[in-house]
Design a protein around this ligand. Sequence first.
Ligand code: PMP
Length: 308
Amino acid sequence: DEMDVDTIWMDGEYVDWDDAEIHVLTHGLHYGSGVFEGVRCYDTENGPALFRWEEHLDRLYESAKPYDMEIEFTKADLTEATKELISRQELPSCYVRPIAYYGYNSLGVSPSDCPTRTAIAAWPWGAYLGEDALENGIDVMISSWRKHASSQIPTNAKTTGLYVNSMLAGEEARRNGYAEAIVLNKEGNVAEGPGENVFLVRDDEIYTPGLSESILDGITRDSVIQIAEELGYTVHDDVSISRGELNTADELFFTGSAAEVTPIRKVDNVVIGNGSRGPVTEAIQQRFFDIVEGAPEEYDEWFEYVEM
Ligand code: PMP
């Protein structure tokens, strides 16, 4: 395999990558009834470590709750399986994708007869939006699609079915020559990216949409809030941000486990600030990468070490 991976954990077994297949009448395939996570393992100065693994695991189990889904493995089981996958495949730095979903039995919308199945994969994955994006920023488009409202579907659960909205928004943006989208919520305020939270800098203070804005409670969002406060910035994390405020921001950036800290330099072809990575974004991004690469003692609880 060109990705240098050969194993996937499925329901308690380590199976060959190419054999990790499921029935075509799987409930989750037809109705989007899966919950998942995306986690990075960094090759830190103290060895390979999963970044904020505990918070990701907690969110996985919480995402399952509104769907009445009982994950048949404990958090300790999934932790052990993930570490084993990483060490077996010798992947000191990788992206980890745990998923739990309603499997195959009957095909009614009710999943009550369907087993809950669980799988974990890990593979090398570089900068989500490209190395250049981290340094120079990306151009984004305000999507013509709105986010699901949290009154329509739990947007704080990381559910597979939600991501057709992300796909529509992201692909619309890319068709129009942008790298990514920003998606507004039903009220018309800024929600988030297809797979990222959004931050705004104005007059050296930092703003990000509150949890009631129909967003995912991002773990990188939380990390960046803590990092920004450590650096002495005031962070407003419970606000509504209007579309117009994006254009007048000094700086904008995305956060996410995949996207890490990615500067945004244009929105709908309006140049943001100086049109490249701004100083506050750079300071936060620098500290973020120093932490994930260095695993300093003061952030020790953010790291789950993997024996290789
Ligand atoms: N919003 C959405 C819709 C996402 O898919 C993600 C990626 N999980 C995020 C925000 C960022 O969350 P996190 O920092 O926990 O990866």
